[in-house]
Design a protein around this ligand. Structure first.
Ligand SMILES: [Fe+2]
Ligand SMILES: [Fe+2]
Length: 195
């Protein structure tokens, strides 16, 4: 069931050009993002051990993100692309984290909703990459499958929020955060990176 909201801003075509101009750097950044996505989900388990209703799905999602990391690493290994030690700080994630409410309960909601938005943006961008990879069938299928997986994650986190908060409250706040995310995306420098 579709639970997430549409993103308010569509990624510019120039972003795809930047990715295609340096696919190895994109893969290096992508691997880093998947590893961090797994860590971020597992940090929710650590922060909210009393939220029993969502812990199994959080763990399952953390495992899936780590599998994505494993898959990206395998693609890189086959192509002779190494992992890198120093990936610059992700300006998108840094800006999104500044939107987190300070009140603990609202912060919990914001963490779930931002997770949904990050997944939706990842899904959108994997789809864009898959659409231009016609010559590279393996990588095209890889990004197509990731698009499907990350879209599903986008719904999962809204579903988790609906376990604990009223629907109007969830979608009101999700709309606000989506607007803010659109402004952040508009201001991002174009790089061969997910964000
Ligand atoms: Fe992922
Ligand atoms: Fe994901």
């Amino acid at each position: 069931m579709k639970l997430s909201l549409e993103l308010t801003v569509v990624t510019r075509p120039e972003w795809v050009d930047a990715v295609m101009a340096d696919l190895p750097s994109f893969l290096q950044d992508h691997a880093d993002c998947e590893r961090k996505a797994s860590a971020l989900v597992m940090s929710l388990v650590a922060k909210y051990p009393d939220r029993l209703e969502i812990i199994p799905e959080l763990i399952a999602t953390g495992v899936e993100e780590l599998e994505h990391f494993q898959q990206v690493y395998e693609v890189m290994r086959q192509r002779g692309i190494p992992l890198v030690k120093e990936i610059p700080k992700d300006p998108y994630i840094t800006a999104l984290m500044k939107l987190l409410h300070t009140d603990p309960l609202r912060r919990f909601l914001d963490r779930l909703l931002l997770a949904s938005i990050i997944e939706c943006r990842g899904a959108e961008r994997f789809r864009l990459v898959s659409e231009v990879l016609g010559d590279d069938r393996d990588l095209q299928k890889f990004y197509h499958d990731l698009w499907v997986s990350e879209s599903r994650h986008g719904h999962i986190f809204v579903g988790m929020a609906l376990e604990y908060f009223e629907k109007e409250h969830v979608y009101g706040r999700l709309g606000e955060l989506n607007e803010a995310e659109g402004c952040i995306v508009d201001g991002l420098e174009l790089r061969p990176a997910i964000h």
